[in-house]
Design a protein around this ligand. Structure first.
Ligand SMILES: Cc1cc2nc3c(=O)[nH]c(=O)nc-3n(C[C@H](O)[C@H](O)[C@H](O)COP(=O)(O)OP(=O)(O)OC[C@H]3O[C@@H](n4cnc5c(N)ncnc54)[C@H](O)[C@@H]3O)c2cc1C
Length: 432
């Protein structure tokens, strides 16, 4: 870093912590609207897209899972349209393969009806089709009598999209500094990082798995904490005797459970994978083995999970028991076999890169927070629970957050952060 560059980075109008899809999209929106203001985007990792934003299914969701009162419903359809256009215009890879939602038996047909109604209310295109029509769209699909077809669901390479957006941000004048961790709020708009002390007019926390901890330093996120849930994937080899799957195939989600269950995802290059699971993790970045082991987190998180297991709040016990079994390949493949024909255990040899959801947990209600959530005041803003489908929603979500930040900046200084916070809680299910 040259001397003038480092001076520039010591004193900025906006400091954004975390260069995942949310922080990056927000940096673009701020710079677009306020080109004269300085925006510094920092990330603790040397590599870009190291966490959730580079470790997800890459599905651009259509927006039919969520109840109309949620931010997810408000932002998903629009987010899908914007990112689809972005990829097509910028010539980034996108596979507009569509998605089928299938029923295993008679009892799941009601679930299809619920999703269909939600699609209507949310203005999302979703076709109710017969089993025969489903087979025409995907000859290997298995469903009971009927299915749903979402033509707008597609898939992109999330790392490619994020890196492209990050490049655009820098072209617009956003200063990006990797390998720089937020360490401490020093008060009076000063922040200690692993590289330098920064004074920022406004501080924005988009730190994913660590967003709750940073928010707490500013007096927010008091009764909430992040519980990490790990998603693992298994890739299928190309078996010459089996025709490759062409469409995503998802099960009917269990409304008592916040995750969508194992499904078949097609990648941008036409490969197929099964997953992701939702296995409770014991520390935030527990990607594999003892990687990034954190003893303090292990104690805190496993204590929390043990309490949930014993009390079985939100069916945690059942969820944990079912999900842990999916570490065993035959169990994971068995689940995928219920949705498609010719799914052979021997074809699924390669584990993909796992991702970890930064799932917010409400300590008072003892329940998972289902919708996106943000809190802020005239000094700082905190994006919490940017779980799926936050990648799809990222651009309209960033626009909405900028509006909220502008409102905070034009309101008188508020000394009591809790009085000036907003949490949106919506549906019972995520769209992964
Ligand atoms: C398994 C899985 C599958 C998913 N599938 C989909 C999907 O198909 N479609 C979809 O729309 N969404 C999907 N999602 C959700 C999506 O990936 C996330 O909602 C999105 O990536 C969140 O972005 P983010 O910027 O908030 O977080 P992140 O990408 O985690 O970015 C946060 C950044 O903050 C940085 N950071 C953390 N602490 C600090 C610190 N102290 N100082 C500086 N930097 C810090 C991290 O290094 C990281 O780069 C999936 C998620 C998972 C886990």
């Amino acid at each position: 870093m040259s001397k003038s560059e480092s001076l520039q980075k010591n004193n900025v109008d906006f400091l954004i912590i975390g260069s995942g899809i949310i922080g990056t999209a927000l940096s673009i929106e701020i710079k677009k609207k306020y080109p004269q203001r300085s925006v510094l985007l920092i990330d603790k990792e040397k590599q870009t897209a190291y966490h959730s934003s580079g470790r997800n299914s890459g599905v651009l969701h259509a927006g039919f899972y969520y109840t109309a009162d949620s931010l997810k419903a408000l932002l998903c359809r629009q987010g899908n349209e914007i990112l689809t256009d972005y990829c097509l215009t910028m010539k980034l890879r996108i596979n507009q393969c569509g998605k089928l939602v299938v029923a295993k038996n008679e009892s799941e047909l009601e679930g299809l009806n619920t999703l269909s109604k939600r699609a209507q209310v949310n203005g999302v295109t979703l076709h109710e089709i017969t089993e025969k029509e489903a087979l025409e769209l995907e000859p290997r699909v298995k469903t009971h009598q009927r299915a749903l077809y979402s033509p707008k669901t597609s898939v992109i390479d999330p790392k490619e999209v994020l890196n492209h957006l990050l490049e655009q941000a820098q072209k617009m004048g956003v200063l990006f500094q990797a390998d720089t961790a937020f360490i401490k709020n020093l008060g009076q708009q000063k922040v200690l990082t692993s590289k330098q002390e920064i004074t920022a007019g406004y501080i924005i926390n988009c730190a994913g798995l660590y967003a709750d901890q940073i928010a707490k330093q500013y007096g927010f996120c008091k009764d909430m904490t992040i519980i990490p849930f790990k998603g693992i994937y298994l890739y299928s080899d190309q078996n010459p005797t089996v025709s490759p799957l062409k469409r995503h195939i998802y099960p009917v989600p269990n409304l008592n459970n916040p995750f969508l269950g194992v499904h078949h995802t097609i990648t941008v290059d036409g490969k197929s994978k099964i997953g992701p699971t939702a296995i409770p993790a014991f520390w935030r970045e527990q990607y594999s083995g003892l990687s990034r082991f954190n003893a303090k987190e292990l104690v805190e998180i496993s204590t929390q999970e043990l309490k949930l297991f014993l009390n079985s709040n939100f069916n945690f016990r059942e969820l944990a028991l079912t999900e842990f079994k999916k570490y065993y390949k035959p169990n994971l493949v068995h689940e995928a076999q219920s949705m498609a024909k010719e799914v052979h255990l021997n074809d699924y040899k390669h584990w993909g890169k796992p991702g970890i959801r930064a799932q917010l947990f409400d300590l008072k209600k003892q329940a998972l927070v289902m919708d996106f959530c943000y809190q802020g005041d005239s000094h700082s803003f905190h994006v919490l629970n940017a779980v799926s489908p936050a990648f799809t929603c990222s651009i309209p979500f960033a626009r909405l957050m900028l509006e909220k930040i502008e409102q905070h900046l034009s309101s008188p200084m508020n000394s009591s952060p809790t009085a000036d916070t907003e949490t949106k809680a919506g549906d019972l299910i995520h769209g992964i």
